[in-house]
Design a protein around this ligand. Structure first.
Ligand code: TMP
Length: 212
């Protein structure tokens, strides 16, 4: 049984995930504990190449949803074995910016790929390494969508999806949270960063006490 704690953050684009991960990281570091933040897809050399292909490369434009699913899974298989497991064994708090639930929601529930196949591929990629807690930053889909479109920066392949896709993503996370209430927690992300962080902090404290 690993000694560290594994927390993943999920939510649609524009939900404030990076801000919340940064706040948790800083506060845990201030207590003297070791923390590592990793992102998916990416987090390893192999994974970052895959991320580029998935998000920005010209070659990715004609990508089939099945190929997309397997690329996310390939990045995950690498990061679990190369980074997450050794860090947990060393007693680290490992924070993942997205993990397997992104695949279930985006490729399975929103893109509509066969869910049992998505779950089987996720299980193969993770080899049973699951987060102790998953924090979903829940937010009205149109608010998230408008935030991204108001940002003025160039949007990647997923961010350019229509509002309807964002709605399916939100609903997907809500369904997962209902299915796995022990692991997956919805946090209302429509509040101030400080208020959201207070909930995140409590979940972290709870994971420390009961999570492992
Ligand atoms: P982000 O983490 O920087 O927001 O971007 C990652 C994008 O990739 C985001 O749009 C969600 C998407 N994604 C999937 O569709 N499936 C996955 O398994 C993962 C990890 C991410």
């Amino acid at each position: 049984m690993p000694a560290g704690i594994f927390i993943s953050f999920e939510g649609s684009e524009g939900c404030g995930k990076s801000t919340q991960i940064g706040l948790l990281r800083e506060r845990v570091l201030a207590t003297g504990q070791s923390v590592e933040v990793l992102r998916e897809p990416g987090g390893t050399e192999v994974g970052e190449e895959i991320r580029h292909l998935l998000q920005h490369a010209k070659a990715g434009h004609g990508m089939m949803p099945e190929a997309e699913l397997l690329l996310f899974a390939a990045s995950r298989a690498q990061i679990v074995r190369e980074k997450i497991r050794p860090l947990l064994e060393a007693g680290c708090l490992v924070i993942l910016d997205r993990f397997l639930d992104s695949t279930t929601v985006y490729q399975g529930m929103a893109r509509g790929l066969d869910l049992p196949s998505v779950r089987a591929i996720n299980a193969f990629a993770t080899g049973g390494t699951l987060p102790h807690r998953t924090i979903v930053l829940d937010m009205d889909a149109s608010v998230a969508w408008n935030r991204i479109h108001a940002s003025g920066r160039e949007l990647d392949r997923m961010e350019s999806q229509p509002l309807e896709f964002f709605e399916k993503v939100r609903q997907g996370y809500q369904e997962l949270a209902a299915q796995e209430p022990q692991r997956i927690h919805l946090v209302d992300a429509a509040r101030s960063p400080e208020e959201v962080h207070a909930d995140v902090w409590n979940l972290w404290l709870e994971a420390q006490t009961h999570g492992v």
